[in-house]
Design a protein around this ligand. Structure first.
Ligand SMILES: [Zn+2]
Ligand SMILES: [Zn+2]
Length: 251
């Protein structure tokens, strides 16, 4: 068993609200500098930069994870992580028909850049990405399950797009295996107010939209990594987060 420091919710320059310098190389370079081991890319309603991100993560000695932050029809943010890149790509295609058609206004919202592993711009997404999809929470959860995603409600401790602020509770269904907190300040309060959380895994992620917000090496999970391979560690992470996370913590 070894400790792995993680940040499983980071946006690249494909998300309009993220800084333009959130390139695959800058994100991974910063994550490595901060001492992180496992990082996930979770742009709004797309996995368009995941392939290059995974290549760059590997080159920086990091374990990269392909992901997406999906906006449900209720405006709830839901993080979907994939053990395999192809699952993420297929899910991204599956979500596309549900995305609203609303041209991105670059001067207001920012650019939505696709990049290769050398941070070259290979294209842009013309439609504003973060807008709510037409998939309701339950349907979105089921759709993500079809692609074997690990799904958790994002930043439940925030008012904007958090499941608690929108629904007033954490519903019994969908049965999320994991819950994401953005900060630690109200953690105990949420545990007390919503006992359902107790039975789930808990992760603390940055939701970074700029380089300095990427987590420091403070949140970790202990994983079986013998005989070591990055594929094994990634697999064990998914297994751990699908069960009850009792082996992790924060320093
Ligand atoms: Zn969010
Ligand atoms: Zn986010």
């Amino acid at each position: 068993m070894s400790k792995y420091y993680y940040d499983l919710h980071i946006h690249s320059c494909l998300s309009p609200c993220a800084d333009d310098d959130m390139t695959p190389n800058n994100i991974c370079g910063m994550a490595a500098l901060k001492g992180l081991n496992i990082v996930a890319l979770t742009d709004h309603n797309t996995c368009g930069n995941c392939e290059s991100f995974l290549k760059v993560a590997k080159a920086n000695g990091l374990i990269g994870i392909a992901g997406m932050e999906l906006t449900t029809a209720e405006d709830i943010h839901m993080v979907c992580l994939f053990e395999f890149l192809q699952q993420a790509k297929d899910f991204s295609l599956a979500v596309q028909p549900y995305r609203g058609i609303f041209p991105n206004k670059v001067e207001i919202f920012g650019q939505q850049m696709l990049m290769d592993e050398n941070d070259n711009v290979t294209g842009v997404d013309e439609n504003f990405l973060p807008i709510a999809t037409s998939i309701g929470l339950d349907e979105a959860f089921c759709l993500a399950q079809k692609y074997n995603a690990l799904v958790f409600p994002a930043h439940i401790d925030r008012t904007a797009n958090g499941i608690v602020s929108i629904l007033g509770t954490i519903p019994k269904t969908p049965d999320f295996p994991c819950i994401e907190f953005n900060g630690k300040e109200d953690y105990q309060k949420y545990l007390k107010d919503f006992p359902i959380i107790e039975s789930k895994s808990h992760v603390f992620n940055s939701d970074a939209h700029n380089l300095w917000s990427i987590s420091e090496a403070e949140n970790f999970i202990e994983l079986n990594d013998e005989p070591y391979s990055s594929d094994l560690v990634r697999h064990e992470l998914f297994e751990a987060l699908r069960g009850k996370l009792t082996k992790g913590g924060n320093t």
